[in-house]
Design a protein around this ligand. Structure first.
Ligand SMILES: C[S@@+](CC[C@H](N)C(=O)[O-])C[C@H]1O[C@@H](n2cnc3c(N)ncnc32)[C@H](O)[C@@H]1O
Length: 601
């Protein structure tokens, strides 16, 4: 099948096949293993065609292309396809195929990716004059002077919800400096006073605001095509939502904190951020003695982590354990004896993520002979509305999908997630030298946020080891000053805990995604006091590891490796080579099409 048929199939698949465009093409399920065309090419074509579809629909309808090309075009089948099947699958110019083909014909540098003799290509090309004239009319109706200007207008219109957010860019101090970037990549940008100015300002794509909370962070106009800049391709600048920068910044690893663990790392935004902070605290000319241990359970996502750590220049101080479950790591292994700080950013419902649309909207041309309906959307749209009334497709931050059809199911899902998140957090508490932990989610649900914090603080391991909340006044300046805090109600009325928790909401005009982070701290001597307190409170004398094990069997999640330190010390620590291929980050058209769904997290 051609690129066009494969793309049409993906776009017209019914909602029951599930998932957004990205997960359908790059998700773990690999539903599209049998595709002949590269998934990145399909993704780019599908996304661009959807983006241009309001204009292309006008062009196709006004040129009456589908009325002129109602007949079936016959040409010889490839040797491996039967004539009968070939006729059925191939040659009818449907509204969706027309959109895809006309898109490439009018807007792609390389034109239609079919042999010149192919019937479908000929069916478009013989209307060249008509189609080109209609494109010009569509442009003039929008009062723009060139195709370039039309492209910009289309980009803004297609951003939808995402257009109300800046493009957040973290400058990776492992490779460059903020000043360098302001003088090079962003030298033609106009600096504005606030994020609001960036969002509501001119659409020319060149406004910039230096963030006042997180160091080395910039907010750029949403239309700016960052993926084409050399700094992005080289890993010197990274697309990362402001809120997603909170955990590493709040953790604030100092040289005296020793080694750092990022327990749930892929795609690696926070790993590389924390590595950059660690490295920034090493005096010039001195060797960095601290290590960042990065764990990622999922094999597929581990590859992205590996690429990102290398690309960001964090490989020297980062030890990756690819495909390794953090819950199976023995905290008492000698290799982790110096781990003083842990960052925990586990899988969650992803309910705070911006623009997590199930599928992009596509405006289809009219099929001749059918009744005209205003603003008709893609074929699947009819059943979508109906089905979506009954069920909601949740796509979590790992790209996993779950169809939730009732409030009860939703509650059950949140309960399972929060139980898993708590298990991971309690495991982080058990590292003997740990003094600081941050816990974060890109969820807006109290069950995954304040409620996990409360349960963690009440746990035996927390009491025994003296873990307490990192109060607002003890937080690093930018986090202390960030105004949006936890919910008092979700914190069961505890105002101090709510104040210590940091939140963000995606629709409050601050231009960030929905997010949650809390910090935990303890003092070295707290352990002894805590043990006495735990005994007084009537806790059984059992090891913290035992508690985690109990939790696991309750939750049915994994098994803790309580084996010898030597065994864990021998885990598959990968010190990656420098073989990253930046072309995987974006395709030639600059789409972020690779498998790292969280790159722009
Ligand atoms: C929210 S994502 C992490 C995003 C990442 N911190 C970043 O900022 O780029 C959660 C990740 O944790 C991984 N994960 C879930 N459970 C894990 C476990 N028990 N051990 C290690 N990784 C785990 C998931 O596969 C997923 O890649």
């Amino acid at each position: 099948m051609s690129l066009y048929h494969e793309t049409a199939d993906i776009l017209s698949a019914p909602p029951s096949t599930g998932g957004n465009l990205k997960t359908r093409l790059f998700g773990n399920g690999q539903k599209n293993k049998k595709l002949k065309s590269p998934p990145q090419q399909i993704y780019a074509l599908a996304l661009e065609t959807c983006k241009w579809s309001p204009v292309l629909k006008e062009v196709i309808d006004s040129s009456e292309l589908l009325r002129h090309e109602r007949k079936v075009h016959i040409h010889p089948p490839p040797f491996h396809v039967s004539k009968y099947k070939w006729l059925i699958i191939c040659l009818q110019l449907t509204p969706l195929l027309a959109l895809l083909l006309v898109h490439d014909f009018l807007l792609s540098r390389k034109g239609i990716a079919l042999p010149a003799s192919h019937g479908l290509r000929a069916a478009i090309e013989r209307h060249k004059a008509r189609l080109t004239a209609e494109l010009t009319r569509a442009r003039l109706r929008r009062k723009v002077a060139s195709i370039g200007a039309l492209r910009q207008l289309i980009t803004i219109e297609s951003l939808g919800e995402a257009g109300q957010y800046p493009r957040w860019v973290r400058v990776s101090t492992l490779k460059t400096t903020l000043q360098d970037q302001l003088e090079t990549t962003f030298k033609n940008f106009t600096r504005v006073a606030s994020v609001k100015d960036v969002i509501t300002g001119s659409t020319a794509g060149n406004l910039l605001h230096v963030d006042e909370h997180v160091p080395n962070l910039l907010a750029l106009s949403p239309t700016f095509e960052i993926t084409k800049t050399p700094a992005y391709v080289s890993g010197a600048i990274i697309l990362q939502d402001k809120a997603s920068c909170f955990p590493a910044y709040l953790l604030d690893p100092q040289p005296e904190d020793g080694d750092v663990i990022d327990s749930c790392s892929a795609p690696g935004n926070k790993t590389t951020h924390v590595a950059a902070i660690v490295k920034s605290r090493v005096a010039k000319g001195e060797e960095c003695k601290q290590k960042v241990y990065a764990f990622e359970k999922d094999q597929h996502r581990s590859k992205t982590l590996d690429k990102m750590v290398n690309l960001a220049g964090a490989q020297e101080i980062t030890r990756m354990s690819l495909g390794r479950d953090f819950l199976k790591v023995d905290p008492n292994a000698p290799i982790y004896a110096n781990v003083g700080a842990l960052l925990l950013d586990p899988s969650c419902s992803g309910s705070g993520i911006v623009g997590r649309d199930a599928m992009p909207t596509i405006h289809l041309p009219e099929q001749p002979g059918t009744t005209t309906t205003k603003n008709r959307k893609r074929k699947r749209g009819n059943d979508t509305a109906e089905e979506e009334g009954r069920q909601q497709i949740l796509v979590d931050d790992d790209g996993q999908e779950l169809v939730v059809s009732s409030e009860k199911e939703m509650r059950a899902r949140l309960e399972a997630l929060s139980s898993f998140q708590l298990t991971l957090l309690l495991h982080a508490f058990t590292f003997p030298a740990a003094r600081k932990v941050t816990y974060s989610t890109c969820s807006i649900h109290a069950e995954e946020n304040e409620q996990v914090v409360l349960k963690a603080l009440q746990s035996e391991v927390a009491v025994k080891r003296g873990w307490r909340i990192m109060k607002r006044e003890k937080q690093v300046q930018g986090m202390r000053e960030w105004p949006v805090r936890g919910s008092v109600e979700a914190s069961d009325g505890d105002e101090e805990i709510a104040e210590a928790c940091i939140r963000s909401y995606k629709d409050d005009g601050r231009g960030v995604m929905g997010f949650f982070v809390a910090g935990f701290v303890r003092d070295a001597e707290a352990e002894v006091d805590g043990e006495i307190r735990a005994l007084k409170n009537g806790y059984q004398e059992k090891s913290a590891s035992k508690e985690i094990k109990d939790q696991e069997s309750l939750n049915g999640i994994g098994h803790l490796d309580n084996g010898s330190g030597a065994r864990t010390a021998g885990l598959e620590v990968v010190q990656s080579g420098n073989d990253s291929d930046s072309s995987d980050i974006s395709d030639e058209d600059g789409f972020e099409v690779d498998e790292w769904g969280g790159f722009a997290d």
